[in-house]
Design a protein around this ligand. Structure first.
Ligand code: SF4
Length: 444
């Protein structure tokens, strides 16, 4: 057992609990001879995160992928992007079966016998490949499936006869996406089209809001694993973790999935004007609702003041309604100052937990420019110390550190800003071919 007893592995696994994946991988690569630690990636967000972590730390991990011959074109493109971004080579491991001929009229192998197809295209090539290694890094998380809920950080893999390392076992999906955003890790554009877990193209479909992320794999069949991570019934080294609970019971057809377009910025920066300018383009493809900060305060949040607690409550309410709308196919555009970064992040996490794409737009303009065009004179009063709790002057505004889009309404027209937001939505597959927005007035 790679020189360690089962008990020693269990103790090591317990010691690794709570450590960052970078620390786990550093310990593992230091413990095994160079070239004896491998990582098979399928290019999911978890795999991309591990590639990012390992590459940035320069860890000696042999990264390879099983090319079944049936991957999405987007997966092959992502493979190239990751190699270019990190300056690494991701080895192609193919099975002879990938090129097998199917007799005329016969169903393709993934329809005729998907278990056999996975065995030939994935399990057998992986088994041959893993014979080169002492330790196998995987990207599995405990909350992905009930079968994975008992995964230890590190364990003996009976099936393949080596140490299996699961650095992300304790991470949630939100943790993974937080890392992706923080480090701008390349991921598949298919995630923005509703594909949560991506495998071979013939066996992968998008999932609706509230569905298990792996519900799109082998849809309509009882099969949920390809056999790479099948676990023995009895285990001794792991701490059981509860299986995830569903957050929604209303599956949504993927083509009807909406999204949240969250506009944040100071008062008068142009959020409301931008939201109206965008409505026309977005409405040609799906219902659009605008949750404007002033209107929400008049109805949904009537009675709330401007303390931090009240502002956070207001933002959470807007986020809740936006999520409901988006889960039911609407483009929910919010135009509210939403001054605190942690609360915006909380709203984003809840949306992504529900499978709702969240696009944060920082509507940026300096206070001096806003004061110059402020017909009500509020900025002047706040700057003179006559107005308490005025965001950006006498109350905090935490600008987004990594927004999806930044628009500068002090130097660009509303049409230009709206065009750049639409460009981003197009790139993420959230809109198809939106026309330029109708002319709109500049932010006042
Ligand atoms: S996921 Fe589908 S196509 Fe890919 S190996 Fe398995 S059955 Fe075959």
């Amino acid at each position: 057992m790679s020189g360690r007893t089962r008990e020693e592995l269990a103790r090591w696994a317990r010691d690794l609990e709570g450590k960052h994946p970078a620390e786990i991988l550093a310990e593992v690569t230091a413990a095994f001879p160079r070239g004896r630690v491998g990582f098979a990636t399928g290019f999911g967000p978890e795999g991309c995160v591990l590639i990012d972590v390992a590459a940035r730390a320069g860890l000696p991990i042999d990264v390879f992928t099983l090319d079944t011959g049936a991957l999405f074109p987007e997966t092959y493109a992502l493979w190239n992007r990751l190699e270019a971004r990190y300056g690494i080579a991701i080895r192609r491991v193919a099975s002879a079966a990938a090129d097998e001929l199917v007799p005329d009229g016969a169903p393709p192998p993934w329809e005729a016998d998907p278990d056999r197809c996975c065995e030939l295209r994935k399990v057998l090539p992986l088994r041959a490949e893993l014979a080169r290694f002492d330790a196998w890094v995987t990207a599995i998380r405990r909350d992905q499936t009930a079968d994975r809920a008992t995964a230890a950080i590190l364990e003996w893999d009976e099936k393949f006869g080596l140490v299996k390392v699961n650095p992300l076992a304790a991470w949630s999906s939100a943790d993974v996406w937080r890392h992706v955003r923080a480090h701008e890790v390349p991921t598949s554009p298919l995630h923005d089209q509703g594909y949560a877990s991506i495998g071979c193209a013939p066996c992968t479909t998008p999932v609706g809001a509230g569905e298990d992320p792996r519900a799109g794999r082998w849809r309509g069949r009882s099969k949920k694993e390809c056999g790479l991570h099948a676990r023995p019934a009895a285990r001794t080294t792991a701490t059981p973790t509860p299986a995830p609970t569903a957050t929604s019971t209303l599956p949504l057809a993927p083509e009807r999935r909406g999204f949240i377009l969250w506009l944040t910025g100071l008062s008068g920066a142009g959020k409301s004007t931008l939201s109206r300018a965008l409505r026309g383009s977005l409405a040609s493809e799906r219902p659009v609702e605008i949750l404007d900060g002033d209107e929400v305060r008049a109805y949904l949040s009537a009675g709330l003041g401007f303390t931090k607690e009240d502002r956070d409550t207001n933002v959470r309410r807007i986020g809740f309604v936006a999520r409901l709308l988006a889960r039911n196919g609407t483009a929910a555009v919010t135009a509210a100052i939403s001054p605190y970064a942690a609360t915006r992040d909380e709203v984003r996490s809840l949306a992504e937990r529900d499978g709702v794409p969240f696009v944060e737009v920082f509507v940026s303009a300096p206070v001096a420019a806003l004061a110059a065009r402020d017909v009500k004179g509020l900025y002047r009063k706040a700057l003179a110390g006559e107005l308490a709790r005025f965001t950006g002057v006498s109350d905090p505004y935490e600008a987004p550190e990594r927004p999806d889009v930044v628009v500068r309404t002090d130097v660009e027209s509303i049409e230009e800003s709206a065009g750049r937001i639409l460009e981003h939505l197009r790139a993420r597959g959230l809109v198809r071919a939106a026309a330029p927005p109708a002319a709109a007035e500049r932010a006042s």
